[in-house]
Design a protein around this ligand. Structure first.
Ligand code: PLP
Length: 378
């Protein structure tokens, strides 16, 4: 079996992550923050440790600015629905996932509009100008994915943020494909809102996600409820993270996420990124020699790419290719539109979709060779 669908969720998870999940369920599975007994206190400590590790890993000084969610979609919804008001305008890149586009589409009913800025395939200057030109007087937020989940394209998010800050416009970065792969230092980059899953490049369990922001006072809550704090009040606590973390937390997920961050740290983002790019560049070279393969992007490299590469086999639907890889060769990849129809319009693949290869730190060059050889047989 060769698993190459790590852009959806990483698999396998490191042994330390599996152990952390089992340990939490087996040894201290009480409700954190909901009781003064020893087991509840131990559970709270684990959540606190994971929160501190997350803050430290991303260069966020205050651990209370780290909000645990159920995934990147949840984090993005907290910002979009918590911040935007009728009459507001948003600029997004043409690489955004439906985790951004569907909430924005739903918000149209509340008179919130958006414009799309095209990402240039050749020049980050051009991308920056496209974003600048899309800004309006009522632009309240710019949303930009860090790495396209379809094409692996790396967007100039630091430059876009600096430009938006000249106009006092906050920026939401969707780090779904970059967290744990590209080093992110919030102290330097100044992203206002960064949303990410815990279950992809951070190697945590599914059902985990993170939002990091200093600007939580600007956000209304999506849900309210018990937090274990200020219980005498009906009013939702106004301070982060309690303001956004109502209900029993995902203790085993958050314990696993902490172990995932330890794993990434022990290897380093630089090494993980270089490994993934090395695999994809090797695959690219093999696919380039195959006359039946259509490649859409330049050869992956550490400066312009994340760990994702998509292509098509001439005269074949992408879903059909993925099904054959699955059935005949036990190679697991994702085909179709990858929840990102906008990104497919970018390379005119909205009808066929594309076959996506997304390795993790655990994949190997020999697996790339097996994939290339299997594609030759199709
Ligand atoms: N944004 C991008 C770019 C993604 O690739 C994904 C998932 O694939 C998401 C958002 C949604 O992440 P989650 O499934 O954790 O909600």
């Amino acid at each position: 079996m060769i698993y190459l669908d790590n852009a959806a969720t990483t698999f396998p998870k490191p042994m330390s992550v599996r152990n952390a999940v089992v340990n939490s369920i087996s040894n201290y599975g009480a409700n954190p923050g909901r009781g003064g007994h020893d087991l509840a206190v131990r559970a709270s400590e684990i959540i606190y440790k994971s929160r501190s590790k997350t803050a430290d890993f991303f260069g966020e000084k205050d651990a209370e600015n780290v909000i645990f969610t159920s995934g990147c979609t949840h984090s993005i919804n907290i910002v979009l629905k918590g911040l935007l008001k009728p009459g507001d305008h948003v600029v997004v890149s043409d690489m955004e996932h439906n985790a951004v586009m569907r909430p924005l589409y739903a918000l149209k009913k509340k008179k919130i509009s958006y414009s799309v800025a095209r990402v240039s395939d050749v020049s980050s200057d051009e991308t920056l100008e496209n974003f600048r030109n899309a800004l309006q007087e009522n632009t309240r937020l710019v949303v930009c994915t860090h790495v396209s989940n379809v094409w692996g394209t790396r967007l100039p998010v630091e430059r876009i943020t600096a430009m938006c800050h000249q106009y006092s416009i906050p920026v939401l970065i969707d780090a779904a494909q970059s967290a744990g792969v590209l080093g992110i230092d919030l102290d330097e980059s100044n992203f206002d809102y960064i949303c990410m899953p815990g279950h992809k490049g951070l190697y945590g369990p599914m059902g985990t996600g993170i939002l990091i922001t200093k600007h939580h006072d600007d956000l209304e809550t999506l849900i309210e409820g018990g937090t274990g704090s200020n219980s005498a009040l009906f009013e939702q606590p106004g301070t982060s993270p309690d303001k956004f973390e109502s209900g029993t937390p995902n203790l085993s997920g958050i314990a696993g996420l902490g172990a995932g961050i330890d794993f990434v740290r022990s290897v380093s983002c630089e090494k993980i990124h270089a490994h993934e790019i090395n695999l994809l560049a090797h695959l690219y070279d093999r696919l380039e020699k195959n006359k039946n393969i259509i490649l859409y992007t330049p050869r992956p490299n550490v400066y312009n790419s994340g760990g994702v590469l998509s292509f098509n086999v001439k005269n074949h639907d992408s879903e059909e290719v993925a099904a054959v890889l699955n059935r005949r060769f036990s190679i697991f990849v994702r085909a179709g539109l990858h929840c990102s129809p906008l990104a497919h319009l970018h390379h005119s693949t909205e009808e066929t979709g594309a076959v996506r290869i997304a390795p993790s730190y655990f994949n190997t060059i020999s697996e790339m060779n097996v994939l290339a050889a299997s594609l030759k047989k199709i």
